[in-house]
Write a protein that binds this ligand. Structure first.
Ligand code: URA
Length: 195
């Protein structure tokens, strides 16, 4: 029903509707040992065409804001809750999120990032398994259990929110700043712990 080689899903027919709407499976991109792993909702038209997550307008906002806070897109890993484009960019259905969850969990386990950052309501609610008010909770960190281990997850608004509502720009930027600081602190603690 689905084959994953390392971090790459090469074949999958778990969702009938998405098999129809996708032109390809969009896997995560970026270093396999990244300290930061961003998780979006699902590929859109540009991602479906190019086979990479966050390459359209949302991706431009993400790239620019990463640069603003001193991070480079090439240093972070970016993936989605669902790897195939839903028809007309609708939200993925619960069953589709559930079908794709094992791929996301495997990616989190193998990358073993210091922090996962969820981009938008759908990935926040999917990983925390509760309702999330993403604007007011942006920057909050919760431990989520993935394969028996605690994984820190920071909630963040979706980059596209800044395109519709400019007041979200500051929320988005300051959350990414907190994410950068979190990984700096974690690495420092780990280095100190080695002595
Ligand atoms: N929005 C998402 O949630 N994911 C993408 O890959 C692109 C836009």
């Amino acid at each position: 029903m689905g084959t994953m080689n390392g971090l790459t899903v090469t074949e999958c027919r778990r969702c009938e509707a998405l098999c129809e709407s996708r032109s390809q499976i969009v896997n995560g991109g970026g270093p396999a040992d990244a300290k930061l792993l961003f998780v979006g909702e699902a590929p859109g038209a540009n991602e479906d065409e190019q086979g990479e997550p966050f390459v359209g307008r949302s991706g431009d906002v993400l790239d620019e804001t990463l640069r603003d806070v001193g991070l480079d897109r090439d240093d972070v890993r970016i993936t989605n809750c669902v790897r195939c484009r839903p028809p007309e960019n609708r939200d993925p259905h619960e069953q589709e999120l559930a079908n794709c969850r094992s791929y996301l969990e495997t990616e989190i386990e193998r990358v073993d990032p210091e922090l996962v950052v969820t981009l938008g309501k759908v990935p926040g609610e999917h990983l925390l398994e509760r309702d999330v008010a993403v604007t007011s909770e942006a920057g909050d960190v919760a431990d989520v259990t993935v394969d028996g281990s605690p994984q820190p997850v920071m909630l963040c608004v979706h980059p596209a929110a800044t395109l519709y509502d400019p007041s979200q720009e500051e929320t988005f930027r300051s959350t990414l700043e907190q994410a950068a600081e979190f990984t700096d602190d974690e690495s420092g603690q780990r280095r100190l712990g080695d002595f």
